[in-house]
Design a protein around this ligand. Structure first.
Ligand code: AMP
Length: 283
């Protein structure tokens, strides 16, 4: 595996692949790679051998300096995992390469960036949209892979790619979970043993509420009960628990189309997000 840290080196290698008529895939990550990330890499490798994994802890999408400085950084272990999968290229730029002096452009996506995480993390999706736009144009990838774990982020990226006519196919990949249901996340490393024991209640609560809503239970009552269940299980706070349309994340107060139940909740200082599909019963 080659590792590069400049746009110039990245472009030279990718241009060679494109000249040879090959399709190029990109998997953007912030590192601290786990099986969730690796599932994206495997999905990319199933489409083309020319996969670029990007690793950049993007400061502009963090809401607190503490969260940014505490974010796990494990470059050597990450590289070893990618070598094990047969990834040919790792792009790990520094901050000066991504945001050189004078950098002054922000990509903001309306609509889908609002509400949910957008309401609780001001500027987060502008940070994500800007860095993903840069990573897509830097790598010139034909296909890009993202996890449904970050469901709202995936919608934001689909929107920006459509609106900016970026010539890239966006592929969403299913959430990878621990055996007890907890969605894999780099931030799970911050959980204490006691918090880790509570964490699976997030997925379990979402699944139980989704099941009852699919059976016809009133949406408002189920969302209120779900919130109470999370707090009773030991979550410190629930930022949101909402039912949204699966295709555009519009708010739903009843299940009249395919939907997604999404939540963000705090365990101590760690904020966990998760989501599950909810399908209306066939008439
Ligand atoms: P991150 O490094 O957290 O920015 O995540 C990089 C990519 O991996 C994003 O597209 C995430 O949605 C995806 N990802 C993170 N956790 C999971 C998971 N448990 N299952 C599937 N994809 C994931």
């Amino acid at each position: 595996m080659q590792t590069v840290s400049t746009v110039a080196d990245l472009r030279r290698i990718v241009a060679g692949w494109h000249r040879a008529g090959e399709r190029v895939a990109v998997v953007p990550t912030m590192g601290a790679l786990h099986e969730g990330h690796l599932s994206l890499v495997r999905a990319a490798l199933a489409r083309t051998p020319r996969v670029v994994v990007t690793l950049f802890v993007n400061p502009t999408q963090f809401n607190s300096a503490t969260d940014l400085s505490a974010y796990p950084r494990t470059l050597e272990a990450d590289a070893a995992k990618l070598v094990g999968l047969g990834v040919p290229l790792l792009y790990a730029p520094g901050e000066a390469e991504m945001y050189p002096d004078g950098f002054a452009t922000t990509v903001t996506v309306g609509g889908v960036s609002e509400g949910l995480c957008g309401a609780f993390r001001p500027g987060h999706f502008a940070g994500v949209a800007t860095v993903v736009t840069k990573l897509l144009t830097q790598t010139q990838a034909d296909i890009a892979f993202f996890g449904e774990k970050d469901c709202q982020q995936l919608h934001v990226i689909r929107r920006l790619v459509a609106d900016l006519d970026l010539p890239v196919e966006i592929v969403g990949c299913p959430i990878v979970r621990e055996a007890d249901g907890l969605a894999l996340s780099s931030r799970n490393a911050h959980l204490s043993a006691a918090e880790r024991a509570v964490a699976p209640h997030l997925a379990a609560t979402l699944l139980a509420a989704a099941e009852r809503i699919a059976q016809g239970a009133a949406v408002d009552a189920e969302l209120a009960a779900g919130r109470s269940a999370l707090l009773a299980a030991g979550f410190a706070d629930v930022d949101y628990l909402e039912l949204r349309a699966a295709d555009n994340l519009q708010a739903l107060d009843r299940l009249d189309r395919p939907a997604r139940l999404l939540a963000a909740a705090w365990l101590g200082q760690t904020r966990l997000i998760d989501n599950v599909p909810v399908m209306p019963k066939a008439a």
